[in-house]
Design a protein around this ligand. Structure first.
Ligand code: FBP
Length: 698
């Protein structure tokens, strides 16, 4: 007789069972065979690179000093070359060795950059070798790489993540690391190194390009980051790169999940879903999610920083003073704005909804930003002056707070020491420990504050819950009762709704009825009805009224969600598949064209695919000085949400409509899940579509 193990083995051998248990799903198989369209420039056998004039960049003096050989690089465009001269043809097809590395957080589409580069390189010369450096820049520093084969490329085409060669956040930021990288390039015989990363990684690419110029190793950057904060315009606002790759897929992934929450909460009508959305400092992802889902409230950090409390300013003006605290939003004020939305929706029977909070929100709240900047400097300076690390030396929160306390004491003794004074210390000690811990968390190798690790949404919602409790006690937070429902309930119990209406409700003539604000408990309801003469002493409140009153008393229930890592690992949209494959092709053309210190890009992403133009953008002229780890460093400027952009203005104009604090349906929009179809409204970021109308709003 067959044993159980034998039966299981036979069962596992069945074709259908094998098929459904295969680690590559049918969907993934379809994905892997998807062929992204290629730009016109890549439709022939050869391409050529030509300089494009007309773009203007203000060159930073320090960038001129530190990056002298690449600061004057021009913008370049890739063309289809149908009749190359013999020497160019030979150069195009020469055997090369190229290295590629992912740097920073994953972003959907990275594998297609490799696929595009691989396909173009192999078409030009099948003997070319492409190495993938493992685990991010560490792979370059330590010389760890794999030879990329066709099988590897085919296995990962159009799929998400950076799993093929992994990624890491190490920064090549010291002479020693640059030297080790140089040795790696020499050991592998690299002609070119491709760095796929965000603003910090492209900054690294520029410095490496400069350092390796004498060795003849070209360095090309590729704009990656789901955050969407790597965008390039020249100094006159001409767009060269409207969006980094990965943004569209991550935003669509988040939007699809948040869209489902909109459906859930408007079905179950009992939860407020609070969604923190990744994006580091910039709120581009939150803005795109707002456009895709029409969630009830979406906060855009850049908008909060712009906030001016006019009432405060007026009051100060009357006194002949200026109130500087009137500029920028405080956490307290933000919590009041949220409460206002919640209370207004409840008043029309909607004690539920969806709130979107960008993970970088705190950066735009003055009082918190001050802490972030001060602590960045303190930690940076500590690490700089000691041979150890702040977090290793002060592992516990108590140790860190103790160190800060010592700094505050020092500020009392030394007038010139002002980075952390006793007022800072007192304010910091008023913050809940989990938030203190968040603000003191270890910065990454670029000195960036770890926004994704801080539970911003809980900090904000903690204040919201406290204030809602107060409003409830004051009878201001109540659920509106639909008039029709009130009338039916009363009549069912033989009570005259017209008689009781004015006694019970402060807004008796409206569609949604609110119990008088003095009625906040069974006791106050009874007393009030007696006082008004609608009930006799010792008479019980009729059950119908009890039922309605219970229904009108809100419970504030929150569900927290964090959308970030899931979006980074999502499969790319058709937009990102096509964008990244063409970026890979662009990289190869730039290498053939002898470029270094350039970033591959596609112009006109905001338009349909037929308008896309592959470019090489000079990185060095985009650099500016920024404070990192307490010191000024040359870096690529991050793009924040422009509060005058059409996309933001559209969200602002629709704010009240999407809050839907009025009777009737919510305005939720259901974004389609990620697929390879490119024939929907979502075939490119809605932010880009709207921003292409900027001329109309001037
Ligand atoms: P990149 O800037 O490297 O693309 O990373 C983006 C990001 O996903 C941010 O949105 C987020 O704040 C951060 O990475 C999280 O970093 P970590 O991977 O270190 O948790």
């Amino acid at each position: 007789m067959e044993s159980q193990d034998e039966r299981i083995s036979a069962f596992l051998e069945k074709n259908e069972v094998k098929r459904v248990l295969d680690k590559i799903s049918e969907e993934t198989r379809i994905r892997m065979s998807f062929k992204p369209e290629v730009c016109e420039a890549f439709t022939g056998k050869y391409t050529a690179v030509r300089n494009v004039s007309g773009f203007k960049f203000y060159k930073n003096k320090e960038a001129e000093r530190q990056l002298p050989d690449i600061i004057d690089n021009p913008v370049q465009q890739i063309y289809r070359e149908d009749s190359p001269a013999e020497d160019y043809r030979q150069k195009y097809c020469q055997k090369r060795t190229i290295g590629i590395v992912f740097s920073g957080g994953p972003a959907p589409g990275g594998h297609n950059v490799i696929a595009g580069l691989f396909d173009a390189a192999m078409r030009a010369n099948p003997e070319t070798t492409i190495y993938g450096f493992l685990m991010g820049p560490d792979g370059v520093i330590e010389g760890e790489a794999v030879k990329i084969t066709r099988e590897m490329v085919d296995r990962y085409r159009n799929t998400g993540g950076f799993s093929m060669i992994k990624t890491g956040r190490t920064k090549i930021d010291s002479k020693e690391k640059v030297e080790l990288s140089r040795e790696t390039c020499a050991r592998y015989g690299l002609d070119a190194l491709v760095i796929v990363g965000g603003d910090d990684s492209n900054t690294n690419a520029a410095f490496l390009a400069q350092a390796l110029i004498e060795d003849g190793v070209q360095v090309i950057g590729v704009p990656k980051t789901i955050d969407g904060d790597l965008q390039v315009r020249d100094d006159e606002g001409r767009v060269l790169c409207a969006m980094s790759f990965g943004f569209h897929s991550a935003a669509r992934g988040f939007a699809s999940q948040i869209g489902n929450l909109c459906t859930d909460c408007s079905s179950d009508v009992k939860y407020w879903h609070v969604c923190k959305v990744m994006g580091r400092v910039a709120s581009h992802l939150a803005l795109e999610v707002a456009l895709q889902t029409h969630a009830n409230m979406t906060f855009i950090g850049e908008d909060l920083a712009d906030y001016v409390d006019k009432k405060r300013l007026e009051e100060a003006e009357k006194k002949g003073t200026v109130d500087y605290t009137a500029y920028g939003m405080t956490l307290r004020h933000l919590s009041r704005v949220i409460c206002d939305g919640i209370v207004r929706r409840a008043a029309v029977g909607k004690n539920y909804g969806v709130i979107v909070i960008p993970e970088g929100l705190l950066e735009f709240i003055n009082e918190i930003q001050v802490f972030i900047i001060k602590l960045n400097t303190i930690i940076g300076e500590y690490n700089h002056t000691h041979d150890t690390d702040f977090h290793t030396d002060f592992p516990l929160l108590e140790d860190k707070l103790d160190y800060l306390r010592r700094l505050a004491r020092r500020s009392r003794e030394e007038a010139s020491f002002s980075i952390w004074n006793t007022r800072d210390d007192d304010l910091f000690n008023d913050i809940p420990p989990f938030f203190q811990e968040g603000l003191l968390m270890e910065r990454d190798s670029h000195g960036n504050f770890p926004f994704s690790q801080v539970e911003t949404e809980r900090v904000v919602m903690g204040l919201v819950t406290d204030y809602l409790d107060r409003l409830m006690e004051q009878g201001q937070y109540k659920i509106g009762i639909q008039k029709e429902y009130y009338e039916q309930t009363m009549k069912r119990d033989g009570l005259d709704p017209e008689y009781y209406g004015p006694f019970l409700f402060g807004n008796w003539k409206e569609d949604y009825l609110l119990f008088h604000s003095s009625m906040i408990s069974h006791k106050t309801l009874t007393n009030e009805l007696i006082r008004q003469g609608a009930l006799l002493e010792n008479e019980q409140v009729p059950p119908a009224i009890e039922k309605l009153f219970k229904k009108s008393t809100p419970k504030f229930k929150v569900q927290y969600h964090f959308y970030g890592y899931d979006g980074r690992g999502s499969d790319p949209t058709s937009f990102d598949c096509t964008y990244t494959y063409n970026l890979g092709l662009t990289v190869f053309s730039l290498i053939v064209g002898g470029a270094t210190g350039q970033m591959a890009a596609i112009k006109n992403l905001e338009k349909g695919f037929s308008s896309w133009v592959p470019l090489g953008i000079p990185i060095a002229p985009l650099m500016h000085l920024e404070e990192r780890k307490g010191r000024l460093e040359l870096v690529l400027e991050r793009s924040l949400v422009d509060v005058n952009s059409p996309a933001f203005l559209a969200v602002k104009a629709k704010r009240e409509e999407w809050l839907a604090a009025r009777p009737g349906e919510d305005c939720y929009r259901k974004p389609a899940p990620i697929s390879l179809s490119s024939e929907t409204d979502e075939d490119r970021p809605l932010t880009l579509i709207l921003n292409s109308y900027s001329e109309d709003l001037k």
